[in-house]
Each structure stands twice: as structure tokens, then as C-alpha cells.
Ligand binder design. Structure first.
Ligand SMILES: Nc1ncnc2c1ncn2[C@@H]1O[C@H](COP(=O)(O)OP(=O)(O)OP(=O)(O)O)[C@@H](O)[C@H]1O
Length: 251
């Protein structure tokens, strides 16, 4: 029995003749915030597609709490790259969507999600439509919809990629504080080095396609991470950039 919540063992995937994942092994422990950092097009989203079952791997194994992941076992709540809110549904009804898919009635789902709107900075916007919210608010609504599903683990695919730099920095701080309060188990995909350093306990750096795990680092910075302009944080960032920009040099 392993102590890992999630363990990927030598995952491989090709699409037609295109090798996308060459060899992906990684672990995530309960309550840990782990990021996958890699160049654009490396195959990061494909890892999530394999985890959520929309893509079948060609080889390797996925273990969850020590057992192979089965079709019946769905421990992940997935938040896609774009906020993917339905424009015709009010924010409260977007927030209930994941629960409704699980079979909860909309009425019951509403009573479950309503009390947490304030924590997500969305109080008073329950009856607004997505287009009436800022980009940051839409992402918070999408995250709310993800966490209320009460799955064992959150998969976040570049959740702030489409936001402007200032909003993104605010959202990273907010996500960090939320994680510290709730200690969700999180696997985040990003190509933003600073974001990975700011949020993660550990980071897996991927090579370009076909993706392999090039390096795994533990971020040696204490929580909460209020300031990223410290020499320690800058040194971690610099070494990650060095690895990403010089993929052939072993670190
Ligand atoms: N269903 C599919 N069929 C064919 N090719 C696919 C499929 N899904 C992904 N690919 C290809 O796999 C490669 C990796 O895509 P993926 O979206 O996983 O990369 P990524 O690292 O998440 O990229 P980005 O950082 O730009 O979002 C791309 O070349 C993409 O075209």
C-alpha cells in the first residue's frame, strides 16, 4: 500500500503518429499542492484528459489511494483552462452544474452552493450572468463549481492563463489562501514559472513533446508566501527557467 493519493506510473500516449506523453511518473500526497510545469504543447492537458477518462493511455498505470483507477472511481474535480461557464445560466446555476451532473437536484444544489459565495468573493452576484462578471470573478465561479463537488482531488488546468497579469496575481494570492484554509489536494498544470513557485509544494518539470518528467523539485519556501520578491523565491524561479530553457542539460 503506497501512501500516495495519486500515482502515475510511466504513462504513455500517442495520437496517431504523434507521441505526446513519452514517460510520465509522478505522485501527489493528500493535502499537497503539486504543479506540472512544461512548455506549451508538451502534453500537460493530455495528462488531465487521461486522468478524467476522456483519453485512454497507451501504457502505464494510474493509482489512487493505492489502487488502480477504475471507470467507476471518479475522484477528480476538473477545472478546464477556460472558465467554461454556460453564458445562459446565472452564476448560481453555473455553480450547481457539477452537482447536478452527479444527480443532485438544482434546488438542493443551490442550497449547498449559496453559503460559500461569500468565501469566493461572489456574494451578491448569484443572479448575474457570466458576461456581467469580470474575468477573475468568472474564474472564482468556475473554481467554486469545481470544489463543491467534494471530490478527493482538484485538477486545475491553467486556471488563470487567460487573465491579465494583475488579476492573475490577485487570483494566485486568493487561491493560496483558500488552499491554506481547506488543504485541498491539488494538481495544477501551468506554464507560468512564478505561479508554480508561488503556489506549489512540489513541481514536476516536463520536457517538450514527447513529454517526460525532466525534474522534480520541492519548493523550499514557507507558507504563507506573501512575497515572491525574496532572494530564495527568485533563486527557485531562476533554476526552473534554466531547466525549461536548457532541456538537454540535466539539473
Ligand atoms: N484528442 C487528440 N487528438 C489528436 N491530437 C491531440 C489530441 N489531444 C491533444 N493532441 C495533441 O497533443 C499535443 C499536446 O497537447 P496538450 O493540449 O496536452 O498540450 P499542453 O501542454 O496542455 O499545451 P498548452 O500548454 O499549449 O495548453 C498537441 O500537439 C495536440 O495537438
Amino acid at each position: 500500500m503506497s501512501g500516495n493519493r495519486l500515482e502515475l506510473r510511466h504513462l504513455r500516449k500517442s495520437f496517431g503518429g504523434l507521441d505526446v506523453l513519452a514517460d510520465i511518473s509522478l505522485t501527489v500526497q493528500a493535502g499537497e499542492f503539486v504543479s506540472i510545469l512544461g512548455p506549451s504543447g508538451a502534453g500537460k492537458s493530455t495528462i488531465f484528459k487521461v486522468l478524467t477518462g476522456s483519453v485512454q493511455p497507451d501504457g502505464g498505470a494510474i493509482m489512487f489511494d493505492g489502487d488502480p483507477l477504475t471507470k467507476e472511481k471518479r475522484p477528480f474535480a476538473f477545472m478546464p483552462q477556460r472558465d467554461a461557464l454556460m453564458p445562459w445560466r446565472r452564476i448560481i446555476d453555473n455553480a450547481t452544474l457539477g452537482l447536478e451532473v452527479q444527480g443532485v437536484t438544482r434546488k438542493v444544489a443551490r442550497t449547498r452552493v449559496a453559503p460559500i459565495f461569500a468565501e469566493f468573493g461572489l456574494e451578491g452576484f448569484e443572479r448575474h450572468y457570466p458576461a456581467q462578471l469580470s474575468g477573475g470573478m468568472r474564474q472564482r465561479a468556475a473554481l467554486l463549481r469545481t470544489v463543491v463537488q467534494h471530490r478527493d482531488m482538484l485538477l486545475l488546468d491553467e486556471p488563470f492563463g487567460a487573465l491579465d497579469a494583475l488579476t492573475r496575481a490577485g487570483m494566485q494570492r486568493w487561491l493560496q489562501s483558500m488552499w491554506e484554509r481547506h488543504r485541498w489536494t491539488v494538481l495544477l498544470v501551468t506554464h507560468d514559472v512564478r505561479e508554480a513557485v508561488f503556489l506549489s509544494d512540489r513541481i514536476y518539470v516536463l520536457t517538450g513533446r514527447p513529454a517526460r518528467v525532466q525534474t522534480e523539485i520541492t519548493v523550499p519556501l514557507p507558507h504563507p508566501r506573501i512575497d515572491l520578491a525574496t532572494p530564495e523565491a527568485s533563486a527557485v524561479e531562476a533554476s526552473l527557467l534554466q531547466i525549461l530553457l536548457n532541456p538537454d542539460q540535466r539539473s
